[in-house]
Design a protein around this ligand. Structure first.
Ligand code: MTE
Ligand code: MO
Length: 400
């Protein structure tokens, strides 16, 4: 059991009536080890190595802190999963190169197959893929949605065609374009307004220079659950903007009319309502956390302990990471370990700390190249987005 289970458990017990819990989708959610074994691992994802995950439900799997390792990237077997809609049929990855995407809002709009995209250009980029609700489980307001701690995140190498090459190949952008809109290829339920369910997201045009349509992840064909055969990658932008099974890429003057764009993923005030005038979740904030040792409750031996974790931002390089073992009273500077895979990747850090037997409140705090420092406290909001609080990320580590 994780050492930070106790406050979360208590929070759940205080969470209110059973019907309120059911309405919020939390009714069957518990974080303890027993509850995890009670919750079946989705059979289509058995290849993911269930021991590495906290199972929130069949469509939301969180990577345990202890499963992140200290290498630069997160393997597919350990990468979190978040699906808003049922996953498409595996037949869509039977002939990957035949998958098509329609490109609109350019001089010569066209539908192109992956085979054709591969002739337009290839680039590889590394970026953190993170759900905007990562850290939601720490909000005392108990926002609706998966109660992620830190593991709705991973660092991934993507390969595909740069969108800027695609725009050039199709004659350039239409006049007045301000957004890049990606539409997911899931089959939508019948009898409902498609705009109320479709995963269609618009990101501002500033995403263009770094964005890809990716067909490969960590050196292998993009797995179906992660958007295969083709996915929009907007490096630096929160998970939802990285549209899986992309069927349509539209350069547009206005944002998508889909509910998920207009009302979903907005920074709405606590106790208020989402509306399109509020900021959308776009670039990720400056963030870091500690992954070990002992962060998931494994015993740690007294002596020199190599505390390690990850630090990243929405695209500004990380300059420094500090570690505290006493809940943020004192800080020591950590060392970056491993390769720097660019400003959209995370940096892993480690620091040897002498630890006598006892319980330690361990956390980390990142500083970026502009001098900005990771925040101490979360910004309260209705849906529990953008939690980068180093205080919330504190984990109790027992050394014996
Ligand atoms: N088509 C489509 N794209 C999607 C989603 C989805 O449900 N459908 N979920 C989004 C959300 S909320 C997140 S956090 C990431 C999750 O990506 P992963 O499942 O590959 O980890 O994909 C985003 N892109
Ligand atoms: Mo997400």
């Amino acid at each position: 059991m994780s050492t930070n289970d106790f406050p979360l458990r208590r929070r759940q017990l205080l969470a209110g009536s059973a019907s309120a819990l059911a309405a919020s989708g939390l009714a069957t959610f518990t974080r303890g080890a027993s509850a995890q074994t009670a919750r079946p691992f989705p059979p289509n994802l058995e290849w993911k190595d269930p021991a590495n995950f906290i199972v929130h439900n069949a469509r939301e799997l969180e990577t345990k802190r202890s499963a992140f390792g200290t290498s630069a990237i997160t393997p597919a077997e350990r990468l979190f999963v978040r699906a808003n809609l049922p996953t498409p049929d595996p037949s869509i990855v039977a002939d990957r190169d035949a998958w098509t995407v329609s490109i609109e809002g350019v001089r010569n709009p066209r539908t192109l197959s992956i085979r054709e995209l591969k002739a337009i250009g290839i680039e590889t980029t590394t970026s953190v893929l993170q759900c905007s609700g990562n850290g939601r489980g720490f909000f005392p307001s108990k926002p609706t949605g998966a109660q992620w701690t830190v593991g709705a995140s991973g660092c991934v190498v993507w390969s595909g065609v740069p969108i800027r090459y695609l725009v050039d190949a199709l004659g350039g952008l239409d006049a007045g374009v301000q957004f890049i809109t990606g539409t997911g290829g899931e089959k939508l339920p019948e009898g409902v307004d498609p705009l109320s369910v479709v995963v269609e997201r618009s990101v501002p045009l500033r995403a263009l220079p770094d964005a890809l349509l990716a067909w490969e992840m960590n050196g292998a064909p993009l797995p179906l659950i992660h958007g295969g055969p083709l996915r929009l990658i907007a490096p630096g932008f929160q998970g939802i903007n990285n549209v899986k099974y992309i069927k349509r890429l539209a350069f547009s003057a206005t944002e998508s009319k889909a509910r998920i764009q207009q009302l979903g993923y907005r920074m709405a005030p606590l106790g208020g309502k989402a509306d399109p005038s509020q900021p959308s979740v776009y670039e990720m904030g400056l963030n870091s956390w500690v992954n070990g040792p002992g962060a998931d409750g494994a015993p740690v031996k007294a002596g020199t302990v190599w505390v390690h974790g990850v630090a990243f931002s929405g695209g500004t390089p990380i300059r420094k990471v500090e570690v505290s073992t006493n809940g943020g009273r004192d800080w020591l500077e950590g060392n970056f370990i491993g390769p720097d895979l660019g400003r959209f990747a995370w940096r892993q850090f480690a620091l040897p700390v002498k630890m006598a037997p006892g319980t330690y409140q361990v956390t980390s705090r990142a500083t970026d190249a502009s001098g900005a420092v990771q925040v101490e406290n979360r910004v309260e909001n209705l849906s529990g987005y953008n939690n980068t609080s180093w205080r919330d990320h504190i984990v109790a580590v027992t050394v014996a």
